[in-house]
Write a new protein. Structure first.
Length: 278
């Protein structure tokens, strides 16, 4: 297991970051490596962002030192999305099957967690996002078919997409973690434009379903001080509460969004007018 530590950043500091510094602070790479577990601990909302790709033996989820606990779920909740081949997640004494694009929510105190692929030749890729928790809620599988869906956007603006709310109050109970998946239709490139900020929550985006030679230009920063990151398949972006989070791809793509903070109201957004962007 590897773990990287990312400290919280002030927006005034981010204004001075060059490309290398922006990527070092906000871009999470190498999440999916065969037979490995990769974790990043962010001081923005104390997210733990991770990827597990079991290629043979199951991979256990330990409690790294930055958590200060004896087990990972001792004081946390966890969202898991499978973006690879069929896999299994063990939580406590139970095992759950996850097909591609299925999700699982594991609550505080649910027990030890481990990951396995159903077929090592077609390994699962488990994306993990965790936040601190104050109460125990039921561990539950959320197949893509059980998500609450919203179709948004227009072909004329290049942003026809379907939002699948999966770890969400309309589907299952959590403390503060809210997660879902957005899939753009073929021929559409934009997400979350016009854009917004939400000062009460931070967010993490995982981009996937990208061809090897495709990229997403992720827009971030204060509305009047925008910056960008060029993101490849299987890479994630940490989006602080003061930052916009929007993107445009070289072709259609999907992404998993996850939020933590003061509330779990998906509609709690402060919209940014197009004329305000710089």
């Amino acid at each position: 297991m590897t773990i990287d530590i990312r400290h919280a950043s002030h927006p005034e500091a981010a204004r001075a970051y060059d490309t290398e510094a922006l990527r070092r602070h906000y871009l999470v790479q190498d999440l999916f490596r065969p037979g490995a577990l990769s974790l990043t601990y962010s001081h923005h909302e104390r997210f733990v962002i991770g990827g597990a790709m079991p290629a043979g033996e199951p991979i256990a989820l330990p409690a790294p030192k930055p958590l200060g606990t004896a087990s990972f779920l001792e004081r946390r909740e966890l969202g898991i999305f499978n973006v690879g081949g069929p896999g299994r997640v063990s939580v406590g004494s139970r095992t759950y099957d996850l097909a591609r694009r299925d999700a699982l929510y594991a609550g505080l105190g649910a027990g030890d967690v481990s990951f396995a692929s159903a077929d090592p030749a077609d390994p699962a890729k488990f994306y993990l996002l965790s936040t601190p928790a104050h109460a125990a809620h039921e561990t539950v599988v959320v197949p893509l078919s059980k998500a609450k869906t919203m179709a948004l956007g227009e072909q004329t603006t290049g942003n026809r997409r379907t939002i699948h709310q999966m770890i969400h109050p309309a589907v299952c109970q959590t403390c503060q973690l809210v997660m879902g998946m957005t899939m753009l239709e073929e021929g559409n490139l934009w997400n979350t434009m016009p854009t917004h900020v939400h000062d009460r929550r931070s967010e993490v985006y995982l981009y996937f379903d990208l061809a090897e030679d495709a990229r997403v230009v992720h827009l971030m920063g204060e509305p009047t001080q925008t910056r960008h990151l060029v993101v490849a398949d299987g890479e994630a972006v940490i989006s602080p509460n003061w930052s916009i989070h929007s993107g445009v791809g070289t072709r259609a793509y999907s992404f998993i969004w996850g939020m933590g903070g003061d509330n779990i109201d998906y509609t709690d957004m402060d919209m940014v007018a197009m004329e305000e962007l710089r």
